[in-house]
Design a protein around this ligand. Structure first.
Ligand SMILES: [Zn+2]
Length: 493
């Protein structure tokens, strides 16, 4: 290997768009502590190769390698440890070899390949001897030295043993891919150096894990989530008869929302939504993740506010109802043993909701403005006239026709007393029926948004604090109104 390196230099590393290769390249860069692939030296590759052999062939990672690369030289049960080391060194030495014209072009990057590989070398490709999908009618996948090395190193840049699988995170923003790979590599190196016993705490809920890590990365790096990038997590196993992959995608609009929600203006409101999303025991929401010894959080905990971000673009009205409205109103009971209604209402945030509407739902500014204004006027009527009957009607009504009637009545009362209508005809259309494919369930979204705005307004005006019984009553109504989660999917707005 050393001779080959001197003669041919280190294998060329490049991002290809293929997640395993890209995460592998990022892992090698993080391992060698270079920002640029061109800076990786033959000595870096030597160090990496020895590290891979040490940890894949023996030690706590070996059992996991059975799930990643069964039948590879790293774990071949028919070989002694010494023989596995020798065979693995020879296999990894392929990366520094001159290309083999017989093998053709690398499937991942198009450069000359150094040889053909199979499922024991790269997860989730065809096994040796299987001709299906083999380019040129030959079994196996042609691969160049750089891509081959990346596919061997990627495991170290994943969250390993996440429900028994590897979780790799890939983005069209290379900086973000690198940030995830470095984070996971650092964790894996730490746990490999610590775990003589080899069994650290279980890692569950890949979606929660991705968002937790993203929050940490977003704090350390100022920009990766602002570039319009998306990210995709691949949760894979290459084990025996049941190789499998689950794919979790975070679209760019959600990434952008997540990034902005963590900025100073929205942070406390967003953190409250997140804290309300933790699930403990029998589905009880509202508790923060348990801290283990030191400050290490418990990674067997699920966060619904995080998990549901992955489907937030398709189910945004439901996300608003569940996480920005109901969970927040319920959460304090669990966290602090029962806050008053107005304290719970104080945690609702119209600003955060508006950010979500703009970023994730893509709602037009004029529609948001109309909802805001209608909410404010309803709050005015409730507050100025102490119109508790109106308040109860607004929050109790569960049918669209009734809700419309309540608004019409409020309009009439306002006009009779010389005020402006609560909602104009145009605004009414904009709020409730603006979408071309309007369905009767759409009104619930507008209703939930009005609730958020009215409560926000009444709290800021101090009205809820002075009318505790009414506040308690309406909050109960809101959280107890069960709408079907699938009431409405993505809506053009
Ligand atoms: Zn290649």
């Amino acid at each position: 290997m050393a001779n080959a390196d001197v003669e041919h230099g280190p294998p060329l590393l490049a991002y290809t768009g293929q997640p395993i290769v890209d995460v592998g390249v990022a892992t090698i860069l993080a391992f060698a502590q270079h920002a640029d692939a061109a800076a990786v030296t033959a000595a870096d590759i030597e160090d990496l190769t020895e590290f891979l052999i040490d940890h894949y062939v023996a030690g706590p990672l070996k059992s996991f390698m059975f799930a990643m690369l069964p039948n590879s030289s790293y774990v071949n049960p028919a070989m002694s440890e010494g023989a596995r080391r020798t065979a693995s060194r020879a296999f990894l030495g392929m990366c520094g070899q001159p290309s083999d014209p017989e093998a053709g072009l690398c499937l991942f990057c198009g450069r000359q390949a150094v040889g053909m590989v199979f499922r024991q070398h790269i997860p989730l490709i065809a096994s040796q001897g299987v001709i299906n999908f083999g380019p040129g009618g030959r079994p196996g996948v042609p691969v160049c030295g750089g891509c081959l090395l990346a596919t061997q190193a990627f495991v170290l840049g994943c969250a390993i043993k996440c429900e028994g699988r590897a979780l790799l995170v890939h983005s069209d923003d290379a900086e973000l891919t690198l940030a995830f790979a470095s984070t996971f590599l650092a964790e894996n190196r730490r746990s490999l150096s610590l775990s003589a016993a080899g069994e650290e705490g279980s890692v569950k809920y890949p979606r929660t894990l991705v968002m937790r890590r993203l929050a940490e990365i977003d704090t350390r790096h100022s920009g990766p989530a602002t570039t319009g990038a998306s990210l995709t997590a691949y949760h894979i196993t290459n084990y025996g008869q049941s190789p499998d992959i689950a794919i979790y995608h975070v679209p760019s609009q959600v990434l952008s929302f997540f990034h902005t929600a963590r900025s100073e203006k929205y942070r406390s409101a967003w953190e409250y939504v997140v804290s309300a999303g933790w699930v403990r025991g029998k589905g009880k929401a509202g508790e923060a993740p348990q801290a283990a010894a030191g400050d290490e959080p418990d990674y067997s905990t699920k966060n619904r506010a995080f998990e549901d971000l992955f489907s937030a673009v398709e189910r945004w009205p439901w996300y608003i109802r569940k996480h920005l409205l109901c969970s927040v109103l319920k959460a304090d009971e669990a966290i602090e043993g029962g806050d008053t209604a107005e304290q719970r209402a104080s945690k609702l945030s119209w600003e955060l909701t508006e950010l979500f509407l703009r970023k994730v739902a893509g709602m037009q500014k004029s529609r948001i403005e109309a909802i805001k204004q209608c909410g404010d006027r309803l709050a005015d009527v409730i507050r100025d006239d102490s119109n508790k009957r109106l308040m109860r009607s607004v929050f109790v009504t569960t049918r669209y026709a009734d809700f419309r009637a309540v608004l019409l009545k409020a309009n009439g009362a306002r006009i009779l007393s010389g005020g402006e209508p609560v909602v104009t005809f145009d605004d009414f259309i904009a709020i409730f029926e603006s979408t071309e494919d309007f369905t009767p369930t759409d009104w619930r979204l507008a209703r939930d948004l009005l609730y958020l705005r009215i409560l926000d307004s009444l709290y800021k005006a101090g009205w809820l604090q002075g009318n505790k019984e009414d506040a308690e009553h309406v909050l109960e109504q809101i959280v107890n109104t069960e709408d079907e989660p699938e009431a409405r999917t993505a809506t053009p707005v």
